[in-house]
Design a protein around this ligand. Sequence first.
Ligand code: C2O
Ligand code: CU
Length: 476
Amino acid sequence: MAVTRRDVLTGVLAAAASGMVGRALAGQGRAERRLTAAPARVALVGSDRPETAVWAYDGEVPGPVLRFRQGERVRIVVENRLPGETTVHWHGLRVPNAMDGVPHLTQPPIPPGGQFVYEFDLPDAGTFWYHPHVRSHEQVERGLAGAFIVEERTPPDVDRDIVWVIDDWRLTPEAEIAPDFDAFFDASHAGRLGNTVTVNGRLPTALAVRRNERLRLRLVNVSNARILGLVFEGHVPTVIALDGQPVAPHAPAGGRIVLGPAMRADIVLDMTAEPGRSYAVLDTFYPNGAYRLTDITYEKSAPVRPRPLTAAVALPANPIPAPELDRAERHTIEFGGGMMDPKLMRAMQAGSLSQADVAAVRERMRAGRIWTINGQSVLGHAHEPLLTLRRGRSYVLALRNETAWHHPMHLHGTAFHVVSRNGRPLLRRVLQDTILMAPGETAEIAFVADEPGDWMFHCHILEHQAAGMMGTFRIS
Ligand code: C2O
Ligand code: CU
């Protein structure tokens, strides 16, 4: 049977919960929270090694897991006791623009000693996270990041709900954070790759499980630059949500869960092996850099139940408006720049590059504007919008990665439908807020411009963002 692209798209989008429910949802219950950002010291690499000076929310790295219920209204008072300005961005949450935490764009930065009150509704359930948006490549690297969990109204039936905030650090031999945040090499290549990967702020110890237990594991990659490719030896994880947005339960392609910086996956793991056995969790993303992240160890105790659970865990869709693809306005967004810029290399080989062209590129890069979006490379947060979108309209953006590097591209303010990749429609409905694009890759994403304001669109390799790989979309 020939399935046309249109059938797939219609099916995909018909499955979407539609309707403009959005952000005006009336609060059903309120929750209050304080969050203080301040320097701290933590035993990142174990109690037998020196402590690491970090910047932390409430003294913890990662910051405390903020847990709320879908439909609640939250009020979070953020206090800044850092030596510099900060803000908090609620990554993946659909908040009003003024609550989005982007300095100079949606709010003034919070000065040292100051505070800011964030208040918003939680229309969507899922696994999200929070982090600063001021010099993120430094502030996130210093430890400011935490998981933000919004529980479903009826959470699925699992034995344990576990959060893994995975971070990558570049530490000195004394276990201090290497202070080379603005290194040109990192900014122009793959970002700041570290040398120490932690789970929930510690060198991982084995996860103890019991036979026939069912786990929901929420994986959050808060690394500046490291892309994860997680393999659970001896087990087939079932992906139930990506970037907090429910997806039809499925095994990941090639058995591996690939998460660029800022990306999340919720997986269900059925612990079906024998008591006493142990399995590695590997990160195999970089071909020459595979390593064992941690282990899963079965306790010798009796199984939790005689047989593993078999019912699929399918989460209800969030009330995100469905784009009308037929009537959508289309735009192309092209990523360029960086080292080994393929366009530049081709022009060089063709001999069509003048001395002046070369000098101009060199000058741009020297000025820290290393990456481009549609030819623009901007620094700071307030810029002329890349696009102005009309509220209520549907948009399809054709993304093209014309660079030699991976880029996890993040859109603030909404989750988007991933419509196609490299010209091929997706087989299932996928919503994400961050899309990892391999070198040369293309993708189409679609969304409804439903909340007015200036929304950032940037690479979440934070060194790339700081080196110009960002822009804004204005919805008016
Ligand atoms: Cu996770 Cu612009 O942010
Ligand atoms: Cu990038």
